[in-house]
Ligand binder design. Sequence first.
Ligand SMILES: N[C@@H](CCC(=O)N[C@@H](CS)C(=O)NCC(=O)O)C(=O)O
Length: 190
Amino acid sequence: MRLLLSFLDLPYERVPVAMRDGCNQVDEAYLALPRGQIPTLLDGEVVLWGSTAILCYLAMRHDPDRCWLPQDPQHFGRVMQWLEQAQNEIATGLFRARVIMKFGLAGDLQAAQETARLALAVLESRLSAQQWLAGPGPTIADIACFPYAALAAEGGVEVGPYPGVMRWISDFHAPEHFVGMPGIGEGPVA
Ligand SMILES: N[C@@H](CCC(=O)N[C@@H](CS)C(=O)NCC(=O)O)C(=O)O
C-alpha cells in the first residue's frame, strides 16, 4: 500500500498501531474502525480494510493513466489473478511462515514453508519468462505479491532457487519512488 501511494506520489499519514504479537491488535482506537485490521485506509469519507480492496481503490481513484490497474480485459483479468494469488498461497505460505518465525505467531511452520515454496514456484512460472506479473509494466499485482516474496527469508524460505523471482525483486527497486520497508532495502539494487 505504501509502495503504491509512493509510486502515485500521493501524500499520506502513517498511523502507528500498537501490536501484541505481530498480528493481534491491541490498539483500542484502531479496533474501533470497521474490522480493525491492518491495513486500513481512511481517505476522506472512505474507510477501507483489506489490501486488495485498498490497492484497487487507490489505482482507480488516483491513477488517471490506468497503468497500475489496466482496464483492457486481458490485463485486468491477469491483475485480478495475481491479486487472488496474493490472498492464497502467498498469504497462507510466505506471509504465514514469516509471522510464525518473526513474530512468534502460533501455526504449523513446516506446512507454511511448503506452501510458501509453492507460491514462489507459481510466481517463477510467470517471472522466468516475463518481467512483470500482469503485463508489460508493473501493476498492483506486482505490488500485492512483491513484499512477501522479498521477505521470504524471514520465514525461513530461500528465494535463490527461483531466479525469475530474484530478478523481479531486484527490478522492483528501479522504478522512481520505490520505497523500502524493514528487510527490503531502499533505492535501486546494485
Ligand atoms: N487478507 C488481509 C490480511 C490482513 C491481516 O492479516 N492483517 C493482520 C496484520 S498482520 C491483522 O490486522 N490481523 C488482526 C485481525 O485480523 O484482527 C489483507 O491482505 O489485508
